[in-house]
Every structure is written in structure tokens, then in C-alpha cells.
Design a protein around this ligand. Sequence first.
Ligand SMILES: C[S@@+](CC[C@H](N)C(=O)[O-])C[C@H]1O[C@@H](n2cnc3c(N)ncnc32)[C@H](O)[C@@H]1O
Length: 203
Amino acid sequence: MVIMDDKKFWKGRWRGSFILTPNPFAKRAYVLMKKKHVKRVLDLGCGDGRDSIYFARKGVAVEAFDFSESGIESLKKKNPSIKAHIGDIRKLPFKKNSFDAVYAHLSLHYFSDSETEKIFSKLHAVLKKGGLLFVKCKSTDDLLFGKGKKVAENTYRSGHVRHFFTKDYMAKQLNTFKVLRLKKNSSSYASSKSSFIEAIAQK
Ligand SMILES: C[S@@+](CC[C@H](N)C(=O)[O-])C[C@H]1O[C@@H](n2cnc3c(N)ncnc32)[C@H](O)[C@@H]1O
């Protein structure tokens, strides 16, 4: 589903980004991370690393992962000590039981059904027992839903491909986890009103 054009789009997307303010989801996630004494976190699809930097500032050992070179470069400029990986979410190089938490903010709504299922199953594997998954994806209530060319169910290409989630679809991906929170919400993202499905789940 993510084709070469999408990779090109993200490759340069974060050039010159100096944003340090974390996304609100990172702040909400950290409240539970702190309570559960989370030590090692994977920030999946970290973009320019604003949330990785926030977690690191809180004393969490965070590893950042993205296929966007400009994203990883921007992160490295802001905090060279964060361990950062350039790679594809569909080919995660991590061993089983590696992380106390995986945090994926708007990075898992780009894939086909079969890719999405494989990714969530891999995330289950890389988490330690009791580990937490924080995930937020665009929902079918989003203003961009239905815009552009339909390429699969709930999936449209407009600039790049987006696979919009429903609550049921998220629940299905989490069927091997214990779901702690699953909700729809709306907020402003990249200066426009957006709608999301947000979940917290435990292995
Ligand atoms: C909307 S941005 C979110 C960035 C960051 N999590 C944030 O919220 O600020 C989506 C990110 O997912 C990354 N991404 C998309 N598809 C990917 C893939 N197949 N492998 C690795 N990263 C990918 C993009 O490069 C981009 O940085």
C-alpha cells in the first residue's frame, strides 16, 4: 500500500523542522508510562521526533523509528543522544520482548489490511509481557475521509495514502491484547480539524 511516491513524500517532509512541543497524545501516554514504571519505549513512525524528545526529557529510554531521512535528521539535530533507526514499519528489526511500550502516533494508518494485521502482530511480539501499546490513527469521521482516489476499503490516496480506521477495525487489530482504552476523538492536527481512533492496550 505504501508505494514509492509515499516514501518520497515522507523522505523530505520534516526538512528544517525544529518543533519541540510534544503531541497531546504523548503527554497522555506518559501519565500511564510513569505509573507503570515504563523504561524502554519504541516511538514508531517518530517523524521529526518531537514525542521521542519529550519521552527522553522525562527520563525514558526511547528508540525512534521512521523511514523518513529528514525526520531522523531533524530528531538527531535536536537530541543526538536518542537512538534512532531509519527503517520500514513493515520490517521491524527488533527482537521479541524488547520494549515496555510502543507508541505509534499517526503512523499506522498507511497500510493494507494484511500489512496492518502483520504490523500489530509484530508489535505484540516486540512488547514484553504486560507491555503497553499506545496507538492513534485517523478515523472514518476525519474531514479527509473520502477525498482523493479510493484504493481499498476506507483507504484513499490524496497526496499520499491514508487508511482510515473505525473503532471496530482498531479493536480487531488489538484482538490479542487486553484493551485498556479505545475511543474516538477529534482535535486540531496540522492546522485542520481531524478525527481519530485512539487506543491503549496491554500485552
Ligand atoms: C503523520 S506522521 C506522524 C509523525 C509523528 N509520529 C508525529 O505524530 O509527530 C507519519 C510518520 O510515519 C512515517 N511512516 C509512514 N509510513 C512508514 C513506513 N512504512 N515505515 C516507517 N515510517 C513510516 C512517516 O515517515 C511519518 O514520519
